[in-house]
Design a protein around this ligand. Structure first.
Ligand code: KG4
Ligand code: ZN
Length: 342
């Protein structure tokens, strides 16, 4: 079964063809990063306009570069929630029209679930496992029982981890998108140069919740202090110290959750799963006998392949949407197929 996956939830216009949920035949990602750079962040109106201009060509190229024709496509999956509404609508409406024209089924996919599912394409783990979803908009620790059955154990109570990376990078003048710049700069700095505070939340009812706003503010204030005193700051040391704490806080929750749930497998997904320190720390869990899986870098950030792969799981079971499929800017974390509008 060849599934076309379409992803337009934010600033990447992507389409991919995946066979039987595992074989990635093409994964075209047209990034808008350079066009949003002058604004130091994604401009929603600009993003949706660019998706509108690019989507037809991106889809066409993804099918051609897979060595296929439109008639070889058996179904369409599209990220229809959550994200920038205008951007989501471009992908959703294109997917519906394309599927209708070809008389093939289509399905709307939760973008966040697709991120978490990405690791299953390349290095599948047996269920259940601990899921760690770390992106620009979400930070969730969960128990993944199947591709459609996910129990949220903890989430951020304020900023998402990627958002904290991006905001700190912006204040350090590192440009957009900031996560990758902090990662790069950290390699040149001393991670123990500054001791930034950890989260102050101690909520026994939600032991896996996490907070990034205190760390973000402390990292920003530290640079302000340098600037006020007219001192030379070391962006490398600041970046490395911030990254060490951001990843350390997350890993503490991951280790606690593994211990308390007794799960023996763990998988990460989302843009921040591309972070080199996080990948190192997750890999080190293998020494304790855990099975660890995370996607290759290309499948960490937004891409159509993860959408196609997860879409295959539903379409293969005969689950699909109808012409009334819409897009949703916000949904409950990991809204299930039946409850996604809630
Ligand atoms: O999953 P994603 O592409 O989009 C969302 O669904 O949010 O994640 C984007 C986030 C951004 O915050 C970006 O700065 C972060 O992932 N990111 C990284 C790295 N690469 C991307 N953060 C830390 N280290 C990286 N290497
Ligand atoms: Zn994403």
């Amino acid at each position: 079964m060849n599934i076309l996956g379409i992803e337009t939830s934010c600033d990447e216009c992507s389409a991919s063809v995946v066979e039987d949920g595992r074989l990635i035949k093409s994964n075209v990602v047209a990034t808008q990063i350079e066009l949003h750079k002058p604004y130091e962040g994604v401009v929603p109106e600009l993003a949706s306009r660019l998706h509108t201009e690019w989507i037809s060509q991106v889809v066409k190229y993804s099918i051609e570069s897979a060595g296929l024709k439109n008639s070889d496509i058996d179904g369409v999956a599209v990220s229809n929630r959550p994200g920038l509404l205008g951007s989501l609508l471009v992908g959703t409406n294109f997917a519906k029209a394309f599927a209708y024209a070809l008389k093939i089924p289509f399905i709307g996919i939760d973008h966040i679930r697709a991120h978490l599912y990405a690791s299953q394409v390349e290095h599948p783990l047996e269920y259940p496992y601990l899921g760690v979803l770390v992106s620009g908009g979400h930070t969730v620790i969960c128990k993944v029982n199947s591709f459609d059955d996910i129990e949220v154990l903890g989430t951020t109570i304020d900023d998402a981890i990627g958002e904290a990376f991006d905001k700190v990078a912006k204040f350090y003048g590192l440009g957009y998108p900031g996560g990758i710049q902090i990662d790069r700069l950290s390699k040149l700095g001393d991670p123990n140069a500054f001791l930034f505070p950890g989260p102050s939340i101690k909520d026994s009812k939600h032991p896996y919740d996490i907070s990034y706003s205190g760390l973000k503010t402390a990292a920003i204030n530290q640079r302000e202090k340098f600037l006020q005193k007219g001192k030379e700051d070391s962006k490398e040391n600041l970046a490395a110290s911030f990254q060490r704490q951001a990843v350390g806080m997350l890993m503490k929750r991951v280790r606690d959750a593994l211990r308390k749930t007794g799960l023996k497998r763990v998988s990460a997904g989302g843009g921040v799963a591309a972070n080199s320190l996080l990948r190192e720390e997750l890999s080190s869990l293998r020494e304790g006998g855990y099975e660890v899986s995370f996607p290759s870098i290309k499948l960490c950030t937004d891409n159509g392949a993860m959408v196609a792969a997860l879409g295959y799981r539903y379409l293969n079971e005969g689950i699909h949407d109808d012409e009334y499929l819409s897009s949703y800017a916000r949904v409950k974390a990991f809204s299930s197929y039946k409850t996604r509008e809630s």
